[in-house]
Design a protein around this ligand. Structure first.
Ligand code: AHR
Length: 492
């Protein structure tokens, strides 16, 4: 018996715009996320532009990456920007204390990062060092990047090859201050934030959106304290992190492949907690910032599994399956629902780390199921959400449940009406009835991502096991196979 779902769309109304920055990415100095995955150096035999792999850049351009967060994560609070500029041979070699204790050559620094975002046509989200830096170091980095004057710092940037100031869309003041960023209390961090932010200066009109580093998972205190202790004129958004661990336990998180149906369920149940966590945090923002100035930036999210046997555990490399694709789509539908506050997110992380878009092995590259969901959902970037109500059966196990199907409806920047549907159940199909008000359509035509096996995935040997196929259905009854993601245009 298929799950029964009915959706009523009211196209006479409009909801908030779905900021394209919801589709942001995160690239930390971690494992092979940057070195090997994105950057191979100009002298590599792997075809590259300014040291960045052509194959990876081409694939990322295809999904229209709107922004990249860099250099961390935990790494950000031990990053000293001066070590990543100037002659590469003179840059200090550090130990990456967080991620595998490997050598960090600083070969990718500020200028290289901007090469990357400019190659991608993306915006920059720089994460500053509050944990081990000083207000002076942070202020000078911002001046170095953005000044158009003849200041010594701006001239140093010019001498390093960049005349025009860099453009920065977001600037984060520290990361996970409750943990790797300094084990602080939110009250103490708020005071430090106020101090650091005071000295961040740019030419008129060039100030990035300033991000206060907030809480994680079920916590709402960080959002509450930060949004009440930091004057609203000094901050544009509060960040928040939530990872999906199938077993909800850091010692044994669950494996990326060969998992049970029970673990599929727990993964979905834990992913769907995002809905409550966002709602609860947004309630704090609504209390402290009733005019809606602050964004709620989910700048780390995604699946986090056990490390693969035989690999450096600190590199956080994991395979990516049909389950990850469904996790991504479920999160997108939640972010769209809260698009008035959720104005930016960045999945952890872009290449070779955690829930990645792309995996590489030397010269080989493979696109993950998550990549394809980003590709299918790109029509929602800057789309205007359309209100709808959904009645759906539950997907349940052991007294716990999630909706069997979640959805999004929006009018794209191309003027077309798009519908996204995801069936969370790995064994039952769903039958969706769609009622439209204010618009005439008879068919849904687009793409579907699905697979026979729960852990179907793309590998270097078999790179095309999971990829989108054409989808076409009458609107009288849309059929959604088990564990599937559909993005379709609604047409007459
Ligand atoms: O994404 C990996 C790590 O997870 C980040 O460095 C940190 O911010 C979080 O704990």
């Amino acid at each position: 018996q298929a799950h029964q779902v009915s959706i009523k769309v009211d196209a006479t109304q409009q909801g908030p715009v779905i900021n394209r920055d919801i589709y942001g990415q995160f690239a930390e100095h971690l494992g092979r996320g940057i070195y090997g995955g994105l950057w191979v150096g100009k002298d590599s035999s792997i075809p590259n532009t300014k040291g960045f792999r052509n194959d990876v850049i081409k694939a990322l351009k295809e999904i229209k990456v709107p922004l990249v967060r860099w250099p961390g994560g935990c790494f950000a609070d031990e990053y000293h920007w001066r070590e990543g500029i100037g002659d590469k041979n003179k840059r200090p070699v550090k130990v990456n204390t967080h991620w595998g204790g490997v050598e960090e050559t600083n070969a990718v620094g500020t200028h290289e990062f901007f090469d990357l975002v400019e190659l991608l046509g993306a915006e920059a989200y720089i994460n500053g060092n509050l944990g081990t830096g000083t207000p002076q170091e942070m202020a000078e980095w911002l001046e170095y990047m953005t000044s158009d004057k003849n200041s010594t710092l701006a001239n140093e940037r010019r001498a390093n090859g960049r005349d025009k100031p860099f453009e920065i869309a977001y600037f984060g003041i520290g990361n996970e201050a409750w943990g790797c960023g300094g084990n602080m209390r939110p009250e103490y961090y708020s005071d430090l934030y106020r101090q650091y932010a005071t000295f961040l200066k740019t030419p008129p009109g060039k100030m990035p959106k300033l991000v206060a580093s907030g809480g994680d998972t079920s916590d709402t205190k960080w959002t509450d304290v930060l949004s009440s202790h930091i004057p609203l004129r000094m901050v544009d958004g509060i960040s928040y992190h939530f990872y999906t661990l199938p077993k909800d336990e850091w010692k044994d998180k669950g494996d990326a492949l060969n998992f049970s149906q029970h673990e599929w369920f727990t993964t979905m149940e834990r992913t769907y907690r995002m809905e409550k966590y966002v709602t609860d945090n947004v309630a704090k923002l609504d209390k402290n910032d009733p005019d809606g100035k602050l964004g709620f930036y989910v700048d780390e999210w995604g699946t986090w599994y056990n490390p693969e046997p035989g690999r450096e555990p600190g590199f956080l490399y994991q395979q990516n399956s049909m389950r990850d694709a469904v996790v991504a789509a479920v999160n997108f539908n939640i972010f769209h629902e809260h698009a008035d506050r959720v104005r930016m997110t960045s999945i952890a992380q872009m290449v070779n780390v955690l829930q990645a878009m792309i995996l590489t092995d030397k010269e080989k590259m493979v696109l993950t199921p998550t990549y394809y969901v980003y590709d299918m959902y790109k029509v929602f970037q800057d789309a205007t959400s359309i209100p709808f109500t959904i009645k759906t059966d539950k997907y349940a196990e052991d007294g716990k449940s999630v909706p069997a199907v979640t959805a999004s409806v929006a009018k794209g920047t191309d003027g077309k009406l798009y519908l996204a549907l995801v069936n969370l159940d790995p064994t039952e199909s769903a039958s969706v009835k769609l009622a439209l008000k204010g618009v005439k359509a008879a068919k849904a035509v687009g793409q579907i991502l699905t697979a026979d096996k729960m852990d179907a995935h793309n590998s270097f040997d078999k790179p095309a096991q999971v990829k989108p196929a054409r989808y076409s259905s009458s609107l009288d009854e849309l059929s959604l196979p088990a564990k599937s993601v559909v993005v379709a245009e609604l047409i007459p």
